[in-house]
Design a protein around this ligand. Structure first.
Ligand SMILES: C[S@@+](CC[C@H](N)C(=O)[O-])C[C@H]1O[C@@H](n2cnc3c(N)ncnc32)[C@H](O)[C@@H]1O
Length: 404
């Protein structure tokens, strides 16, 4: 089927990405201008009241909306699967979760610019998805220098066909990208468009000296952290977290399972709770501040959620406003935001750890360090140790990886 009217839309998108400073180099501007995104995203899923709605380029009724979306600076969900817990929506449909997407073009542009690619470099991409980024990479360094892996056979199958139609035959691999692709390495660059809680050691081993890894280090509290790690010749990769926000879906080990293993809810166990008080108002906690959430993610291993909500207060036997925090080991804290009659604030905690104590310490540390954003931190990783550092890699502050 022929799609009409995409060329001016592609030109407009590339002009906008350039004008806004996401695309900076001629090589990447040319790659974006030569790659029709709609060929890689024939069907997309848009959120609707009932979960996701499919928009298809094949359907004349959808076509205009689909084409506008494809050439907008939006991330596009291109595959979804039923939630493993079997949740059912009020409509009776199963809840579905996104399992593949075409990354927002401005984010892809910023990542590719940051990757510092030169002619002839060999590049491993983890997360082939639609094949769109593999096409951009193939344009930039030549398809024989591009290796791309995805856990999902169907995605690799479709991406192969789309890339071939455009005249590219990079090496596409079906498998867990955490293992890299040793048979085609070593690599000058490894780029991942799926999130990792730590750096897979296979990637470090498959990188050339001086080579770089660009990936999204993620926990459940804070995920938008892209780090650029350089191989320092000592079998170690080291580098900063970039001032680029980018959230990706998890690198998951099982193609049939849409979740990362840690997302499967552990057996719910009832823990006795304890009550303490704090003089500091929980309402003042910077719950929505990405920088605070990032530091808390480092401080509180396995942190799962931090939000404002309603919690049952055992002392008054009614629901009240609270800041609620949970961790994957079952630890939970509820900090009530209205003061008690004596002026302090009540905290109810349960589970193996007193996680609100860590939250309080982190609140002080966050202020002491000058409320730093993630780009004030960096990562170092070798075969045996990985950690996040603050300010510099031999300073006082270090937190071990993985984040979950
Ligand atoms: C954001 S999408 C990738 C977008 C892609 N680069 C593009 O241009 O369309 C993330 C992809 O990571 C893949 N993925 C998840 N876990 C993986 C794993 N363990 N190994 C390789 N790919 C994985 C998903 O199947 C999904 O296609």
């Amino acid at each position: 089927m022929t799609i009409l009217g995409w060329e001016p839309r592609l030109t407009t998108l590339v002009t906008a990405l350039t004008g806004e400073g996401h695309l900076r180099s001629k090589e990447w501007i040319d790659a974006f201008a030569a790659t029709p995104r709609h060929l890689f995203t024939p069907d997309v899923f848009v959120t609707s009241a009932n979960g996701y709605r499919r928009l298809s380029g094949d359907d004349p009724a959808d076509r205009d909306e689909w084409l506008s979306l494809v050439y907008s600076d939006e991330s596009l969900v291109t595959q979804d699967k039923p939630h493993a817990a079997g949740h059912i929506l009020p409509t009776g449909e199963p809840l579905r979760v996104p399992t593949s997407s075409s990354t927002m073009p401005s984010l892809m542009a910023r990542m590719l610019e940051a990757l510092d690619v030169r002619d002839g470099m060999k590049i491993l991409e983890i997360g082939t998805g639609t094949g769109y980024n593999a096409a951009l990479l193939s344009h930039r360094v030549g398809d024989r220098n591009v290796i791309s892996a995805d856990i999902d056979p169907a995605l690799v199958h479709h991406a192969t066909k789309r890339l071939t139609d455009l005249g590219y035959t990079p090496t596409l691999i079906i498998g867990d990208g955490a293992a890299g692709a040793p048979e085609h390495g070593p690599y000058d660059r490894i780029i991942t468009t799926a999130a990792i809680p730590e750096v897979p050691s296979a990637w470090i081993q498959q990188l050339k000296p001086g080579g770089k890894i660009l990936g999204n280090l993620r926990g459940d509290l804070a995920g938008g952290t892209l780090c650029l790690l350089t191989h320092d010749n000592d079998g170690e990769v080291i580098g900063p977290i970039l001032p680029i926000g980018g959230h990706f879906m998890w690198l998951r080990p099982d193609p049939a399972d849409p979740h990362h293993p840690h997302e499967h809810t552990p057996t719910q166990r009832r823990w006795p709770s304890s009550r303490t008080t704090t003089p500091l108002s929980p309402a003042d906690l910077p719950v929505d501040d990405e920088a605070f959430r990032f530091l808390l993610q480092l401080q509180l291993h396995g942190a799962q959620s931090l939000y404002r909500g309603r919690a049952f207060d055992p002392s008054t036997r009614r629901e009240r406003d609270a800041v609620i925090a949970t961790a994957h080991d079952g630890s939970r804290a509820e900090a009530f935001t209205e003061p008690e009659p004596e002026g302090a604030y009540q905290i109810v905690q349960s589970g193996p750890r007193r996680i609100f104590d860590t939250i309080e310490i982190t609140r002080h540390l966050f202020n002491d360090l000058g409320r730093p954003g993630p780009d004030k931190f960096g990562v170092v990783a070798n075969d045996s140790t990985q950690f996040v550092w603050f300010a510099n890699d031999d300073g006082w502050y270090r937190w071990p990886l993985p984040l979950i």
